[in-house]
Ligand binder design. Sequence first.
Ligand code: AMP
Ligand code: ZN
Length: 113
Amino acid sequence: MTDCLFCRVVSRQSPADIEYEDDAVLAFKDIYPKAPVHLLIVPKRHIDSIARMEPGDAEVIGRCFLAARALGEAKGFAEKGYRISVNTGPEGGQVVYHVHFHFTAGKQRGPGA
Ligand code: AMP
Ligand code: ZN
């Protein structure tokens, strides 16, 4: 998937502010933050979207949530809370077709925001 932006971030061919990494997951700052803390958590292995997720992808997707938990604790939001969202497909607002979880924190959000 050499034409995938987030695969290029994972392989360090594109720059990013990396905030978390383990063997399966990478998290980095969103370049257009929509909250005081706005990170993107991605599986290192390319998966197009949740709509194309397969049973074998379940573990790495679960690992993304564990990374979110670690980030929430590291950044002091474990108790205050944070939001994890995933846009899926054209009408779901997905622009980058490499599964990513938006981790946003630090601000009250209105319903559906
Ligand atoms: P989505 O609409 O869910 O596909 O979200 C794509 C997100 O990727 C947007 O919030 C963008 O601001 C963000 N984004 C696009 N290019 C980059 C990049 N090179 N580094 C970090 N974030 C990016
Ligand atoms: Zn990719």
